[in-house]
Design a protein around this ligand. Structure first.
Ligand code: FAD
Length: 393
């Protein structure tokens, strides 16, 4: 079904309200529009396509099967594939620069590297083509009044606040959700957040000559080092986005790398084959933020027929299983199935949605933490996995 095709279920007379126009919010808007609803999306940031604003960095994400299925559901799989690079295997770099590999599957099976900013912009372009959806940028939700069904929005451009009513509200405003914050004050709402003692920093392997890839392109590269690791995913322009997952404290940690000399010495020792490809290493290390890694669990995800949380707002997980966005996209697939079977009975849709999704989200959260140990440590251990030696560069 294409994004402009409308399903048979009776559309709402008033627009549905979505807070958060990130990856999940923009895809959700397409799904709601496909059901014939009009949708207003409120996004805190300015339009990233106009401001060029990606908050100083863009993480690369691995898009996998459950994500593709969700994109296919609104007919945008091919448009996204244009900005994605298939990764057929992971390659581990040991301390001496020796490489070992593990394929991700058989017969061309792959996960795909996409830039978070690039994907968000592509989704917003696709949303623009959907006349039922209006995206309002620079609109930060500051407060949700559940009793009166209103939102207090701060307009970043005008620097003023205003109150808007809503009928049905979808919270897709990420791990630090303002919609969830209002639900946290309601009776019997369970909530927990857990931070790893690790943070992450984005770094870059530069493009090779004439936009070529300096290391193997269709590959997720890992430098597993036991207590920490670096990974790299390819970009379309020949560069790689590297992410260093590193302890906040301890002998090898962000706390001990305080000067450019310390950073260079450390990288030359432990990531020897990557350093020559990272011309802006020291600058990026000190300019790019160190970001934290959080798991958020909560329940319920809905308030009557009034509010539903989706994506990281309800289930933020650490990135090591590569499934946070994919799970958020899958939320949209499941919601669509429930809209098909329950029409506009939002109470039934929201209830069944959270009952179906919560066990999956919890399992994913556990697997994500487990996979950190796997990636930073066990992928480098020949006792655990069958590895095929490949030529070192
Ligand atoms: P977000 O992407 O956080 O979007 C929320 C949106 O809401 C943003 O646009 C924000 O500006 C807006 N917003 C926030 N507050 C407000 C407010 N008060 N009012 C209005 N708007 C608001 N997932 C994968 O599937 N594969 C991966 O390989 C992967 N790698 C990752 C690597 C790292 C280092 C990290 C940190 C995450 C990774 N993830 C990965 C997870 C993925 O990034 C998230 O799961 C995904 O971005 C969640 O999408 P979302 O739309 O729910 O939330």
């Amino acid at each position: 079904m294409s994004a402009s095709t409308v399903s048979a279920s009776a559309p709402e007379t008033k627009p549905l309200t979505v807070v958060g126009g990130g990856l999940v919010g923009s895809l959700l808007a397409l799904y709601l529009a496909q059901q014939g609803h009009t949708v207003d999306v409120y996004e805190r940031r300015p339009d990233p396509r106009r401001s060029g604003n990606v908050e100083g960095r863009s993480i690369n994400l691995a898009l996998s099967d459950r994500g593709w299925r969700a994109l296919r559901g609104v007919g945008i799989e091919e448009a996204v594939r244009e900005v994605a690079i298939p990764l057929y295997r992971r390659v581990m770099h040991d301390q001496r620069g020796q490489l070992t590999m593990q394929p991700y599957g058989h017969d061309g099976q792959a996960i795909y590297s996409v830039s978070r900013a690039g994907l968000n912009q592509r989704l917003l372009d696709l949303v623009d083509r959907e006349p039922r959806v209006k995206v309002l940028f620079d609109q930060q939700c500051r407060r949700v009044d559940l009793r009166n069904r209103t939102l207090e929005m701060f307009d970043g451009a005008a620097e003023t606040s205003h109150v808007i009513p809503y009928q049905h509200l979808f919270g897709t405003d990420g791990a630090y959700s303002s919609v969830r914050a209002a639900m946290q004050k309601t009776d019997r709402f369970n909530y927990s957040q857990h931070y790893l003692n690790y943070g992450y920093k984005e770094l870059t392997i530069a493009a090779g000559d004439a936009g070529s890839w300096a290391i193997e392109k269709n590959t997720l590269h890992i430098w597993p080092r036991g207590q920490y690791m670096m990974i790299a995913l390819p970009n379309l322009d020949g560069s790689f986005n590297c992410t260093l997952f590193f302890p906040y404290e301890g002998p090898y940690s962000f706390a001990t790398l305080q000067t450019p000399e310390q950073v260079r010495r450390f990288f030359e020792e432990v990531f020897s084959d990557a350093v020559p490809l990272m011309p802006e290493l020291e600058q990026e290390f000190f300019e790019n933020p160190t970001s934290s890694l959080v798991t958020v669990r909560c329940y319920p995800w809905s308030v009557t027929d009034e509010v539903l949380l989706l994506g990281d707002a309800s289930h933020a997980i650490v990135p090591f299983y590569g499934q946070g966005m994919n799970a958020g996209f899958e939320d949209c697939t499941i919601l669509q199935q429930l809209m098909e079977s329950h029409g506009s009975d939002w109470l039934a849709i929201f209830q069944e949605f959270q009952q179906q999704r919560k066990p999956n989200a919890d399992a994913m959260a556990d697997l994500a933490v487990y996979n950190f140990e796997e990636m930073r440590d066990r992928v480098a251990d020949p006792r655990f996995l069958l590895q095929k030696k490949i030529e070192s560069k």
